[in-house]
Every structure is written in C-alpha cells, then in structure tokens.
Design a protein around this ligand. Structure first.
Ligand code: 13P
Ligand code: SF4
Length: 303
C-alpha cells in the first residue's frame, strides 16, 4: 500500500473502532502526523486517563502502553509493536526491587514512569522527567529510593539537596552514551546556540547544558525562546515538532547516537495492522494494576 492509502485505512479503522492514536515525541515523523495527540510521558498518561474512546493505540514503548492500561482499565490498549520495549525499564525487576527495599525499609520508593507495571506496584509514587524534582521535593521523607534511572535520580538529588537519594544503577542506553566531548565540539561549532538536554543524559552533560527538561519541556522552551539556534540533547524524534512549529529556527542534534531503536520500531504500517487486527492488546493482573495505579495516582495528585 502507498502512504496515502495506509493513512486513509487508518482513519477509517480509527472511526470504526472508536479509537484514538497517541504517540510519544520520539516516534517517527509519519506516526506523529497520523496521531491525535503527541506528547511526553506525563501528558500522554493524563490524556489516556481522561479520553472518552474505546480503544487507545499507543505508539511508544511497552511501559507507556502499560501506564495507559493502568489508568484506563476499561479501554482496550494496543501497542502496535509488541517488541518495542525500554531497556532502561528492564534494568529493574520487581524481585530485585523487593530485595533492595529490605536494605532501606524507611525510604519512600519513587519510580520513574519508565518502569514495568510490576515494578510500579512495589513503589510509593511515580514520576516522569517533567515532574521528578517537584515530586521528590513534595515527599514528606528524607530518604528516597529512586529507580531505575541513575542519571535522572542524580539530577534530582542536585536540585533537592535536602533529600538523601539512593540511586538504582539503571540508565537509558540512548541518552547515556552522549559524551561531553560531543557537547564541547557542538558549542564550538554553534557558539550562539542554546544547549537543551533531557535529564536522562549523564551528569556532566546536564551540568554543561543551558536547559534541562522532558521532551515536551524542551519543545516548549525552544518554541518560546527568542534564540534562533538550539543544540538538542534528546532523542531525534523531537526534531519533527521542533522544526514544524519553528520554521525560522535551526536545530542540531547533540550526538548522532541519539536514536532510540525501540521508539523507531513503530511505522504507519504497524499502526494500520494494530487497528485492523486489534494487536497487541496490553492486559495486566488486577492486583498489580491496582497497586501500580496507586503510585501513578500519587504522582498525578502531586503534579
Ligand atoms: P519524556 O517523558 O521526557 O517524554 O521521556 C520519555 C523517555 O522515554 C525519555 O527517554
Ligand atoms: Fe527507554 Fe531511552 Fe528509549 Fe526512552 S529513549 S524509551 S528511556 S531506551
């Protein structure tokens, strides 16, 4: 099928299924184009919790579709590519977390939304990259066990020095590989550009940046800035919206390694197949779902 035909089929199927298509900011351009909503993890979680549709097609990675299911148990949640996982989310398991909690019985457990529903079910409160600092600051406990992203956790611990943050050793394979030499070189090449990075980058990168934020916050910052040039330190998918919304500005990717292979698995064809075959449906054990929901609800209350 040609691109126009696939899009036509998708739109017809969407109506027939009473479905909505949501896409993360890292999805390929044509998936972002066909989506009803594009956003960061927090915005998409909130949207899915309130949307009045029977089916949610979640173009993103596994933990994101799980979060949608946790918040919307009566909707059918579909992940178009079942192998689209998040390696960082897989760096913590429920069993390993239960063991770690025994070492810090008085700590409040905060989990980054990039974690499985099973891991969330063992946590007190979730956070995303856009609200992690505020969530941790609002917790009425000095000791925080933060899983699984050591880089986001380390960023939070600098912003909230009054807390004792115990870090899990997980990281995002895509953001973690950005090197400080790349940032220094990028600044030399574009001295007028502002450097905007995601807090999943390593501490030396975050330290050297002009702005740190979630994908949505990076897009908003660049859009509202009077500056004309930006070096972008997050996954390349954000360039689509940045360029579309800011045709008069220039954006340069901080590192050619900023590509998440899992986010790139979903194509227009996978969205079409997903709606046509109602694949791949996300289902959760109800006890796990309810416990994980508490952690997500606590986040939504605090953010
Ligand atoms: P955002 O919440 O900033 O969109 O990030 C999600 C993610 O997976 C970052 O790698
Ligand atoms: Fe996971 Fe990193 Fe991909 Fe985000 S960019 S989904 S954290 S691997």
């Amino acid at each position: 099928m040609k691109k126009d035909e696939i899009i036509k089929e998708i739109l017809e199927l969407k109506k027939k299924r009473n479905a909505v298509i949501v896409a993360h900011n890292y999805q390929v351009d044509e998936v972002q184009e066909v989506a009803d909503v594009v956003g960061d993890s927090l915005a998409l979680s909130k949207y899915c919790a309130d949307v009045k549709k029977d089916v949610i097609v979640f173009c993103g990675v596994h933990f994101m579709a799980e979060s949608a299911k946790i918040l919307s148990p009566n909707k059918v949640v579909l992940l178009p590519e079942i192998d689209a996982g998040c390696p960082m989310a897989d760096m913590v398991t429920k069993e390993a977390l239960i063991e770690e909690k025994k070492k810090f019985p008085n700590a409040t457990v905060v989990c980054y939304i990039n974690s499985s529903a099973e891991v969330k079910s063992e946590c007190d409160v979730c956070c995303t990259s856009s609200n992690a600092v505020d969530i941790v600051r609002a917790i009425n406990n000095k000791d925080i066990l933060f899983v699984p992203d050591q880089n986001l956790g380390s960023y939070v611990s600098k912003k909230v020095p009054e807390k004792n943050i115990i870090l899990w050793k997980g990281y995002c394979i895509t953001h973690h590989r950005v090197k400080i030499d790349e940032l220094i070189r990028a600044r030399e090449l574009r001295p007028d550009a502002e450097v905007l990075v995601h807090p999943e980058c390593q501490p030396d990168i975050v330290e050297a940046a002009d702005f740190i934020g979630s994908t949505k916050q990076i897009i908003e910052y660049a859009t509202n800035s009077s500056n004309k040039e930006f070096i972008i330190g997050t996954e390349m998918g954000v360039l689509f919206k940045l360029k579309k919304d800011n045709p008069d500005k220039n954006f340069y990717l901080l590192s050619p390694g900023l590509v998440c292979p899992n986010m790139k698995k979903t194509s227009l064809m996978s969205v079409y197949r997903s709606l046509n075959e109602m694949n791949y449906e996300i289902n959760l054990d109800e006890t796990i779902r309810l416990k994980a929901k508490k952690a997500l609800d606590n986040m939504l209350k605090l953010s």
